[in-house]
Design a protein. Structure first.
Lengths: 192, 192
DNA sequence: CGGTACGTTGAAGGGATTCAAGGCTAGTGG
DNA sequence: CCACTAGCCTTGAATCCCTTCAACGTACCG
């Protein structure tokens, strides 16, 4: 924990593991996300890269000094922390109450949103993106087993909600169709 | 969302509800917890009091002004947000990977910790506290049904891990015994 | 005393897990 | 060049934990 930083390219995960090996992902770090916690010596969670990652890193101590000198930076940090908290709470709804199928659909939407920078153009109805996670990583994200992830992804494919290419490339013809599978109300903020 | 504030006495909850009624609690607000989000007009989640609550509240706009004038306040807000984020992540492990019994044990520990201000006296082995939540609220906290909550609480009682008085008062003779039921490693930070 | 909110308990059913086997693809070394 | 291995993914069958549905118990209150 000598450093803090920001993801520039690649994907990393934040996770927690129980003694017997059960694992839950608690953070998905995509480009622009912040890593580390100012004002804390130790790390509470495991950070792992799932692809090659380039990081823009700062030594923690000088960074903390910087926080004091630049009020805007701290303002930004607070904003980011609160956004993450909101995301964590959405995630809790997913983990606690959604079905396996809804979980998968939700994850696909989350990844799609983040990768496409989400232009607010309302006419976007198609979507194409890459899953940079293995089935196991998805399972850890969603609180499922990798078998269930595999089955549900293929079920969505069989039902024509998504199309797959080489297991990792997803193509969505009709976004609202996928949106309806997430269990979220209305458009889930996708078009805002 | 015209106000922000801090809980002084009582218990409130932060929750999210799906169209069909499924509900997940995403925040448990106990005395000293902060309510509301500076810099945001609308509320993303429902806040409900589960007991009578006294609140120390501030109009949001002046409070935001205060944040700019007092750097220490913003520092404190950031710290609180990051602590909440850590708590949310522990909660995610609970929701995604723990069994019903582990969930109940974990919830009991969480409430116990917060109500007893947790003196770091290591000799504490007994514990007595009140559940200010209904079975249904616990279910919403844990991502279970209220029936499962009821069954698991009574199972813990039958196994001698806890004792009950009038359904809401819990007495724990042997804390480590309860701790072992949570699925967390070691002491879960209880004695730190 | 009826009504309501909260809690318990039983029986049946189902969605996800567990266990097991096999397929696909890329990289490696003979 | 081609087995050969390793990592990832899929699929089936059986099992189990939790949910669902239903009935009943209890305490409090007008």
């Amino acid at each position: 924990m000598e450093f803090v930083g920001s993801v520039v390219t690649g994907v990393a995960t934040l996770s927690q593991t129980m003694e017997d090996g059960r694992r839950q992902m608690v953070g998905l770090l995509l480009p622009s996300d912040f890593v580390g916690r100012p004002g804390r010596e130790y790390a509470a969670f495991n950070v792992e890269a799932t692809t090659d990652v380039t990081l823009c890193k700062f030594a923690r101590k000088p960074f903390e000094k910087l926080l004091n000198d630049m009020p805007h930076l701290r303002e930004r940090m607070l904003e980011m922390a609160l956004d993450e908290l909101d995301a964590a709470r959405e995630w809790m709804l997913l983990l606690g109450r959604k079905t396996a199928r809804e979980k998968i659909a939700s994850l696909l939407m989350i990844i799609a949103k983040r990768q496409n920078t989400l232009k607010p153009i309302e006419n976007v109805e198609e979507l194409k993106f890459e899953l940079s996670l293995t089935r196991e990583a998805m399972a850890d994200y969603l609180g499922l087993t990798l078998e269930t992830v595999s089955r549900q992804i293929n079920a969505l494919k069989k039902d024509g909600v998504i199309e797959l290419e080489r297991k990792r490339h997803v193509f969505v013809k009709d976004i609202t169709r996928l949106l309806n599978e997430t269990g979220d109300d209305a458009d889930g903020g996708y078009f805002e």
